[in-house]
Design a protein around this ligand. Structure first.
Ligand code: ATP
Ligand code: MG
Ligand code: MG
Ligand code: MG
Length: 471
């Protein structure tokens, strides 16, 4: 029987508990006490307080399963097998306790020991930093890995901005030739275009601190920070072609099949929509559970964008109504055992998502009507939608520019992109001048007028939101 995602998470925590690690609970996605990050994007991001010495942990060996959001991966979602905007990172950490050798040995044991994951060692490859001879020696001599499986990569230096950093070593799983894409077949790195060698675990050997002023200083004590994607581990264990084919996602896909009447697994464009929507509903559900809300700025804008992106892709499934919020129930069912707040707050989560979806649908309807007018005009003239018109559609009606482009493409028309960009520039200029010439009250009330619902932010988040509204 293949292990489920939930079982794998437990197995990882259990393994490191047995190795005398203390379990650190998964922290909220909205960073506490940290202005340098919009979202928690890795396991280590929530443990900075230990790494920089502000807090001394009861036990210097720590293990966690941490929720993470990465907005930089948004364009990948739906198109690669392995990227999400929300995922779980499994990590073990040493705060000035063990270092490289033990970190490598734990990872190798967990992955290859039949009692745990039991991967065939011949399917594993590792990368190291070109100058990290310690890492090379440990992998080749202590572990006994063939030198040809140890690849030196210039980019193997881990740095997330302010905080601990250092060289790293990553573990890749060879999924076999059937996963090779057209582009550089057989090449281990970069993983970008090639799904054959799947990056599963990153071991960071942190030796430096990246300071607020941008300088680097050696850490008083060396640390270990590791991160393994639960969804990727599950995909290999479950022999699932993509993360979306693991049991962490299939119930969400099944709910979406029910809602849409479309089937997953038959058509590429349809599958992309399934992936995008099932990814984004997880992100939005967890973010709202952790206190974020859709808005026009910062974190809230990320949620708004994710919901709008999902709604746009729902058009490929012929969905014509607010639907996404219903999937929040399935997310709660799949994930609520470990992350109890997505279950406890499910009604609130659904309400927030539903409202946002409905609002966007109204925007879309209005925008489409205006667009149709522009289309008819363009057809009579030079088949080009004017930049200023596309801008007005965006600025006054909140209609995304990409949609104008998409519809125009379908109608055999083009959009004057330069003109659009020029209008955007001019608008920014106007806003800047208005602020300079003391008309900031007007700009401010325009900003406020655009927000029709009161922001119900809590705690530290409301401070940020206020700061934005009164800038
Ligand atoms: P990739 O090169 O595949 O984008 P990464 O090098 O950016 O991954 P790390 O920052 O090293 O990833 O994060 C540690 C681990 O977290 C990765 O090895 C992977 O298993 C997982 N991971 C990273 N980004 C994502 C993502 N967007 N979705 C799912 N899992 C991820
Ligand atoms: Mg990445
Ligand atoms: Mg990588
Ligand atoms: Mg990596």
């Amino acid at each position: 029987k293949k292990r489920t995602g939930n079982e794998l998470r437990e197995l990882f925590l259990e393994y490191f508990k047995n190795m005398d690690h203390m379990v650190e609970p998964s922290a909220p996605l909205v960073p506490i006490d940290d202005d340098s990050l919009l979202w928690i994007n890795s396991g280590v991001a929530t443990l900075k307080k230990y790494f920089d010495g502000r807090v001394i942990p009861e036990n210097p060996k720590i293990v966690n399963a941490q929720k993470a959001i990465r907005t930089n991966d948004i364009e990948n979602v739906g198109f690669t097998a392995r990227h999400h905007t929300f995922f779980e990172m499994l990590g073990n950490f040493s705060i000035g306790d063990y270092f490289k050798k033990e970190a490598v040995e734990y990872a190798w044991d967990f992955l290859t020991n039949k009692q745990y994951i039991g991967f065939d060692p011949d399917l594993l490859y590792v990368t190291i930093h070109p100058e990290d001879e310690d890492a090379y020696r440990i992998w080749s001599e202590d572990i006994g890995l063939e030198p040809s499986r140890i690849i030196r990569i210039e980019g193997n230096f881990w740095d997330i901005g302010e905080g601990p950093c250092g060289p790293n070593s990553e573990i890749f799983y060879d999924r076999g030739p059937s996963y090779e894409l057209d582009s550089p077949a057989g090449e281990l790195y970069p993983g970008g275009e090639n799904e054959r060698y799947l990056e599963i675990w990153n071991l960071v050997f942190s030796e430096f601190n990246h300071n607020k002023d941008g300088s680097y200083t050696p850490l008083p004590k060396k640390n270990i920070d590791t991160g393994m994607g639960l969804e990727r581990l599950a995909s290999v264990i479950q022999e699932a072609p993509t993360n979306f084919d693991t049991d962490l996602f299939t119930p969400i896909l099944a709910s979406l099949e029910e809602i849409s009447g479309s089937r997953y697994g038959r058509d590429e464009a349809v599958d992309t929509a399934f992936k995008v929507i099932s990814d984004h509903i997880r992100t939005v559900s967890f973010a709202v559970a952790d206190g974020a809300l859709p808005s026009n700025e910062g974190r809230g804008y990320v949620l708004r964008r994710l919901i709008r992106r999902a709604v746009r892709f729902s058009k490929d499934l012929n969905i014509k109504r607010a639907f996404m919020y219903e999937l929040a129930d399935t997310v709660a069912d799949v994930m609520g055992g470990f992350y109890t707040n997505v279950r406890e707050r499910r009604d609130f989560i659904k309400e927030v998502i539903k409202k946002e979806e409905e609002r966007f649908l109204v925007t879309l309807d209005e925008g489409i009507r205006i667009y149709e007018g522009l289309r008819d005009e363009a057809r009579k003239n030079d088949s080009v939608i004017k930049g200023e018109d596309a801008f007005r559609l965006y600025d006054t009606y909140g209609f995304p520019y990409e949609l104008t482009q998409e519809y125009a493409g379908q109608d055999g028309l083009s959009v004057d992109e330069e003109g659009f960009i020029e209008e955007m520039k001019q608008q920014r200029e106007r806003a800047r001048n208005a602020r300079k010439s003391g008309e900031s009250m007007q700009v401010q009330s325009e900003t406020l007028a655009g927000i029709t619902e009161p922001s119900e932010f809590t705690g530290y988040q409301s401070k940020k939101e206020e700061a934005v509204l009164t800038h």
